[in-house]
Design a protein around this ligand. Structure first.
Ligand code: FE2
Length: 376
């Protein structure tokens, strides 16, 4: 009798998020920011010293979060240079750890995924990794990744970092990636939602139509697709008609295309995490004090002290018997494009903070107006 492999668990053998790779202008400096502000440690490095001639990469780790920061150091690194020229710093690819790269890739491509790279083994004296990639949005990729047979640091081409960087910093307690969000143009949201559903066996978790998410000025549509075990959650936003320019339109204009808008990182003590990040120099969106007056009026049962939430500017959204605490950083780079979300889910909350959208977007619009990007 043949045993069913666990590949059938979510159809794709998906085990969860693996690394996220950013292309940036100056990897070393961005890596330092991740160490100092976000609390990551540089675990591995790749560049000329490790035999890679046209680019450098820093592999940063904090608990279950893995981030790769990559820059070109030679005009021949066309993929990076073209990306940076167009988009500025941004997410080039995020990866899914799978049981079998070949199976995941062939399942995806035979169901309509656009192939970027077929499965390939890369090896050195520490073993081998396997990876493949499919297209995502205008210029990003989803990578299927497996390093079960690799005992070295991250992957071949990486070695111990050259510098031992240590800053005085607060421990931020960031634990794992909760969700990754994409921004697309009008009428593209359903295409990409179906792409996840059809090619990687995702399901629709939530859908926000016209009128669900809007301020007096602007609106957006949003759909959340996820694996059936909720390990990977991927909301997709598209702009919707409004009097003024929405944050999604601003993103697409400034990024010169569609791409990753934000990554939400989970913590199990958000008050402490936000306090630590603030101390380390992270900037967050601000919400008006009246937000907390309303929160008190609702008299909901939460473990946290509302005064503490107010002090740190943390948002709270209630759904059923659970609730969700969250806060968004300001854009982390030079353009108003990519930002982080810090999130803590309590008592089984599964949403994405829809109750906070109104006050949040009003806060974003204030910053948009400062940049001159609110009026059409
Ligand atoms: Fe989010």
């Amino acid at each position: 009798m043949e045993m069913e492999t666990s590949i059938s668990k979510n159809g794709m053998g998906i085990r969860g998020y693996d690394f996220v790779e950013f292309y940036v202008g100056s990897a070393k400096m961005v890596a330092y920011w991740y160490v100092k502000t976000m609390g990551f440690d540089i675990q591995a490095y790749s560049g000329p010293e490790t035999g890679v001639k046209d680019r450098v990469s820093y592999y940063l780790v904090q608990n279950n979060i893995k981030i790769v920061i990559t820059s070109a150091i030679h005009p021949g690194a066309n993929d990076i240079i073209r990306f940076i020229n167009l988009h500025g710093d941004g997410v080039k690819r995020w990866s899914i750890n799978v049981e079998s790269v070949e199976k995941a890739f062939s399942h995806a491509v035979s169901n309509g995924a656009i192939p970027e790279r077929t499965p390939q083994e890369t090896s050195d004296e520490n073993g081998f990794i396997v990876e493949a990639a499919i297209k995502l949005y205008d210029d990003a990729e989803i990578v299927f990744f497996n390093a079960d047979q690799y005992r070295g640091l991250f992957r071949p081409g990486f070695a111990e970092p050259l510098q031992n960087i240590s800053f005085e910093r607060e421990q931020s307690g960031l634990k794992f990636i909760d969700h990754i969000v994409g921004n697309v143009r009008e009428n593209e949201m359903n295409y990409w939602a179906d792409y996840f559903i059809n090619t990687m066996d995702f399901e629709t978790a939530l859908s926000f139509g016209p009128g669900d998410i809007s301020t007096q000025y602007s609106a957006l549509l949003s759909k959340v697709v996820r694996t059936k075990d909720h390990l990977i959650q991927n909301p997709i936003n598209e702009p919707y008609e409004g009097i003024k320019k929405s944050q999604i339109e601003e993103y697409i204009e400034q990024y010169h295309g569609t791409g990753i808008q934000h990554i939400a990182i989970a913590t199990d003590d958000i008050v402490r995490t936000i306090a630590a990040l603030r101390k380390n120099g992270m900037e967050f969106l601000s919400v008006p004090d009246t937000y907390y007056d309303h929160l008190k009026e609702r008299a909901i049962e939460i473990t946290e002290d509302i005064e503490e939430l107010k002090e740190q500017g943390i948002l709270c959204d209630v759904e059923g018997t659970g609730y969700l605490l969250q806060l968004f950083t300001k854009p982390i780079g030079d353009r108003p494009t990519f930002f982080y979300e810090i999130i803590q889910r309590r008592k089984g909350a599964q949403g994405f903070g829809q109750g906070n959208f109104q006050s949040l977007f009003e806060s974003i619009e204030m910053d948009q107006a400062l940049r001159g990007n609110l009026d059409r």
